[in-house]
Design a protein around this ligand. Structure first.
Ligand code: AMP
Length: 184
């Protein structure tokens, strides 16, 4: 039983590492960014509402995200554990998640913070070339991360759930460090 949250700025490798670890642990990788991108691609009600926020590098309003996470965490396949990637993204989402986990009698084991210097993040994101990976939007996403998401580092550190990992290492070395955290 493993339940993990991946924190960390855009470009830190959260998605890549969360996916690798989910595969190794045979657990669902729940990425709110992936869920939103697929909603945008399909132009669902959610996707239509979320698109402009995503294109500008802003967070999508909580009201669009919270129900979606609550529903996903009620699915059968998450009973053995889960890896959350990109959620929570601000303090109110973290408080919502706390209350939700309490209500469904689950506990998150560790919150993983992938630490990567800003200049490396910008270089990596520019190389990735996703739709929201142009320089102006990247800068906004980093600013939003600093303002809204980075406070979660202290939030989880105070509760002794935080594990910081140097994300500025080769991909395999980061995976090895993560495997140590989950005792693989
Ligand atoms: P990501 O793939 O995690 O980098 O997310 C891409 C974009 O989706 C972000 O820039 C936000 O616009 C949106 N997004 C993803 N997760 C969340 C979340 N938990 N809360 C609000 N917006 C989110």
């Amino acid at each position: 039983m493993t339940r993990l949250i991946f924190l960390g700025p855009p470009g830190a490798g959260k998605g890549t590492q969360a996916q690798i670890l989910a595969q190794l642990l045979q657990l669902p990788h729940i990425s709110t960014g992936d869920i939103l991108r697929s909603a945008v691609a399909q132009q669902t009600h959610l996707g239509v509402k979320a698109q402009s926020f995503m294109d500008q590098g802003e967070l999508v309003p909580d009201q669009l995200i919270l129900d979606l996470v609550q529903e996903r965490l009620s699915d059968e396949d998450v009973i053995p554990g889960w890896i959350l990637d990109g959620f929570p993204r601000n303090v109110s989402q973290a408080i919502f998640l706390d209350e939700l986990l309490l209500a469904i009698n689950q506990r998150c084991d560790n919150v993983i913070n992938l630490d990567v210097p800003d200049e490396v993040l910008v270089t990596r994101l520019l190389a990735r070339g996703r739709k929201d990976d142009n320089e102006e939007v990247i800068r906004r996403r980093l600013a939003v991360y600093r303002e809204q998401t980075a406070p979660l580092i202290d939030f989880y550190r105070t509760r002794q759930q935080l594990v910081s990992i140097d994300g500025n290492m080769p991909l395999d070395a980061v995976t090895e460090a993560l495997k140590d955290v989950v005792a693989l």
